[in-house]
Design a protein around this ligand. Structure first.
Ligand SMILES: [Fe+2]
Ligand SMILES: [Fe+2]
Length: 444
């Protein structure tokens, strides 16, 4: 890990180590402090458009990239002329965050279903040690962006993209379609990454996904859910330093680590986010004993059991859940992800989970209980719809992937759109490679 990556990780996790001093000696400064250089006072400080994250009823995450040590902030107002603007700062635990790559700001106390206008700024900080800090002044990106918070009285549609795998032509197709639809919120349903060993790889995925779409998430918030690939690589082990975990007050303390799970209302629709984790068992020899997906899934089961009893879900006419790996695949030969210890069996063509039987057994009955209409998944790279059957009252829709395969008509990059029309939940699949609607279904 290089110095910049270390700083991103250390600042975000509060993990900068202190060194115990022998009696009578001055404490030694952590190595990272000794190495911290002064910010360069020239050049642009804010070097990306803002990326809206973790849309919610009363909060919103904003992230952008800086070129030197800086402390970021966001000014926001209900008025387009920024009258009575409030300011939210990065950090928030007594110290503002100083970071030389990323500024992450959480707007809190917002009103539900309300349009806000905002602009980003950052103070350039010269940080030469505990007593040698200088604020060199602010830089403001004058462009005003806007977003609308979620909530039971919010309107508009949601969209889902998945399995983009950092393939730029594919990202261009799906982001162009999103721009055309202008949804209230987008669920990025995993496998945005291949592997991210460094922050620079992750920036190329989440901040600069395509040269024509630098503002892809500046006015449309994204709710990111991990795919199996988003757990791979050194940097992805701390991806929350870039793609923030959700606001911690959204869940009870015992679910503190479930930073990706959500229940949010978009009008009459309850959106429920789940994380199926890796597509190999924790015991798989390739995983070095450093994955704990089993416990992670079990914790989410307990969270889901409570989530479906909340007013946000119970009072919603429609319930739609999202997770990366499908929970239904009755076709023979599809690896169900529970073949111990290494996911290998001559019965299955792949030695990784094509679908997640463990999660299906834990979450499926809770979906039944909640009256879920639809589960939207990803991972298989082709569009597939499974209608309800006796014993499973919810339907499953799998989104497409990162390639167009001639002769295989289900293989295309998809944008799934969901909205309420005429008292029904209407779900549409757009083929982003040619603009055609390939599937549409109304749920009552
Ligand atoms: Fe994928
Ligand atoms: Fe996947």
């Amino acid at each position: 890990m290089n110095r910049r990556e270390f700083l991103v990780g250390a600042v975000a996790s509060g993990a900068a180590a202190t060194v115990a001093a022998p009696k009578g000696e001055k404490p030694a400064a952590p190595k990272s402090e000794k190495k911290t250089k002064a910010a360069e006072p020239s050049g642009k400080l804010i070097v990306s458009a803002p990326v809206l994250q973790n849309a919610a009823e009363t909060s919103m995450g904003v992230m952008f990239i800086v070129s030197a040590d800086a402390s970021g902030w966001v000014e926001y107002s209900k008025s387009p002329d920024m009258k009575n603007a409030k300011r939210a700062y990065s950090g928030g635990h007594g110290l503002m965050e100083v970071n030389d790559r990323v500024a992450r700001i959480r707007l809190r106390g917002l009103e539900p279903a309300t349009k806000y206008y905002y602009r980003i700024g950052a103070d350039r900080i010269e940080f030469n040690g505990g007593y040698k800090m200088k604020n060199l002044g602010p830089e403001v990106d004058s462009k005003i962006h806007s977003f609308t918070t979620l909530g039971a009285s919010a309107g508009g549609s949601f969209c889902v993209i998945n399995d983009t795998h950092d393939r730029k032509p594919i990202l261009n197709m799906v982001l162009t379609k999103i721009k055309e639809i202008r949804p209230s919120v987008v669920v990025w349903n995993g496998d945005a990454s291949n592997t991210s060993e460094t922050i620079d790889t992750a920036l190329g995925i989440f901040v600069y996904p395509h040269p024509d779409h630098h503002e892809y998430a500046s006015d449309t918030p994204y709710m990111f859910l991990n795919g199996n690939h988003d757990f791979r690589g050194r940097f992805n082990r701390s991806l929350d330093t870039l793609m923030m975990f959700r606001e911690f007050t959204e869940r009870r303390p015992e679910y503190a680590e479930l930073g990706r799970n959500f229940v949010q209302r978009l009008g009459d629709i309850a959106l429920i986010g789940l994380d199926t984790g890796e597509d190999k068992l924790d015991t798989n020899k390739h995983f070095a004993g450093i994955f704990r997906m089993k416990e992670y899934r079990e914790l989410q089961t307990r969270w889901l059991a409570e989530a479906i009893e909340t007013p946000a879900v119970k009072t919603a006419k429609f319930k739609v859940a999202f997770c990366h790996i499908p929970l239904e695949d009755s076709r023979p030969g599809q690896n169900p992800g529970d073949i111990a210890p290494d996911d290998e069996s001559p019965q299955y063509k792949n030695n990784w989970a094509s679908w997640q039987r463990t999660c299906a057994r834990m979450w499926g009955p809770l979906f039944e209980k909640a009256g879920l209409q639809l589960l939207i998944c990803a991972h298989q790279h082709y569009v597939r719809f499974s209608p309800p059957v006796p014993g499973r009252s919810w339907a499953q829709l799998v989104g497409g992937g990162c390639s167009v395969v001639p002769g295989k008509e289900q293989f295309y990059p998809s944008v799934i759109q969901g909205r309420v029309a005429d008292g029904k939940l209407v779900v549409t699949v757009h083929n982003a490679s040619n603009g055609k609607i390939t599937f549409e279904k109304a749920f009552s």
